[in-house]
Design a protein around this ligand. Structure first.
Ligand SMILES: Cc1ncc(COP(=O)(O)O)c(C=O)c1O
Length: 336
């Protein structure tokens, strides 16, 4: 099986499993798990923040950041196709009572667009209190914000009193591919989340980082949302292993994504946009037939929307597997 549906499908390596088996643990709801505490310190340091909180999922990390930095009835500004809007099951409305206003067309937007979308302070309007930026952008095909753009949006938000959250589920893909360190992306944001369970190859877990005050608020809401875990050091050890060993190797996933994109184009499939990181969006009118034919040759990809497929490279597929997937794709195209 060549599974390109997502970078979440990776299995922990023997070395990661050893780190998990040997983890020192304690009850993290009492703040007594040494592996979780070390992970939180390391993650906060890596992105240049005062504090961090380990959480089960990227969705919880985002939703805690929204809950802690908004009030019911507020507006959150986010790019078109944002994960917090499209793929988190309506959580922002259900759990925080906020409305998300989506801007731009490809997940990024300009400072002018952000400013124009902030309603005037007037009792008729919902106050906009948070801007959420996603980097890399999942629905945009793993795209990366231009850093100047990103910083201008954050500055415009702060000037008008809004907080800024970065959904950095794949922040290290952005950092490795752009050469802009994670701490610089995080510097202009009040909260930053990232996932260990995607390109970094851990089986579970995400983290949210920010100031002591923000993380203290988030901690309270983590309890409220049911995200307090006990001897979580077993999984935190995998996340620590991932931070030490699996960041630099992301460039191999990016090279494999480019290899896949070139191969798909050479067999007549349109790839758009050109991949910047580990996500390849390709297009075909014969989506259902192609998906079925690929599945029957043990190649799995996702159908994002009618006519658009997503293939994601990750640590469990090497360049030979990419070539094999391309062979199956070529055969599938001739068979349908
Ligand atoms: C950009 C982005 N944010 C958040 C998430 C949510 O992560 P999780 O699946 O751990 O809830 C994802 C998952 O794919 C994502 O792509």
């Amino acid at each position: 099986m060549i599974d390109l549906r997502s970078d979440t499908v990776t299995k922990p390596t023997p070395a990661m499993r050893r780190a998990m088996a040997e983890a020192e643990v304690g009850d993290d709801v009492y703040g007594e798990d040494p592996s979780v505490n070390r992970l939180q310190e390391e993650a906060a340091r890596l992105v240049g923040k005062e504090a961090a909180l380990y959480v089960p999922t990227g969705t919880m990390a985002n939703q805690l950041a929204i809950r802690a930095q908004t009030s019911h009835g507020d507006v959150v500004l986010a790019g078109a196709g944002a994960h917090i809007l499209r793929y988190e099951s309506g959580a922002a409305a259900a759990l925080s009572g906020v409305q998300i206003k989506s801007l731009g067309v490809d997940g990024t937007f300009t400072a002018q667009q952000a400013t124009a979308a902030i309603p005037p302070r007037d009792h008729h309007n919902s106050p906009a209190t948070l801007v959420a930026l996603e980097n890399t952008h999942n629905a945009g095909g793993g795209s990366i914000w231009p850093i100047e753009h990103f910083e201008a949006v954050a500055a415009a938000a702060h000037e008008r009193g809004l907080k800024v959250h970065l959904d950095g589920a794949r922040l290290f893909n952005a950092a490795v591919a752009s050469g802009v360190p994670a701490a610089r992306w995080a510097a202009k944001c009040d909260s930053v989340s990232f996932c260990f369970s995607k390109g970094l190859g851990a089986p579970v877990g995400s983290i949210v980082c920010g100031s002591h005050v923000t993380i203290e608020r988030i901690h309270r809401f983590r309890k409220m949302f049911g995200g307090g875990m006990r001897q979580a050091g077993v999984i935190a050890a995998a996340a620590r292993y991932a931070l030490t060993n699996n960041i630099d190797r992301l460039e191999h996933d990016h090279a494999n994504a480019r290899r896949l994109a070139e191969g798909l184009e050479s067999i007549g499939l349109r790839v758009d946009p050109a991949p910047r990181t580990n996500i390849v969006l390709f297009h075909s009118d014969r989506d259902t037939e192609l998906l079925r034919a690929l599945e029957s040759s043990n190649v799995l990809v996702s159908l994002m929307r009618p006519g658009t497929f997503r293939a994601v490279t990750h640590m469990d597929v090497d360049s030979e597997a990419i070539d094999e997937a391309l062979d199956h794709c070529r055969q599938a195209l001739t068979a349908i």
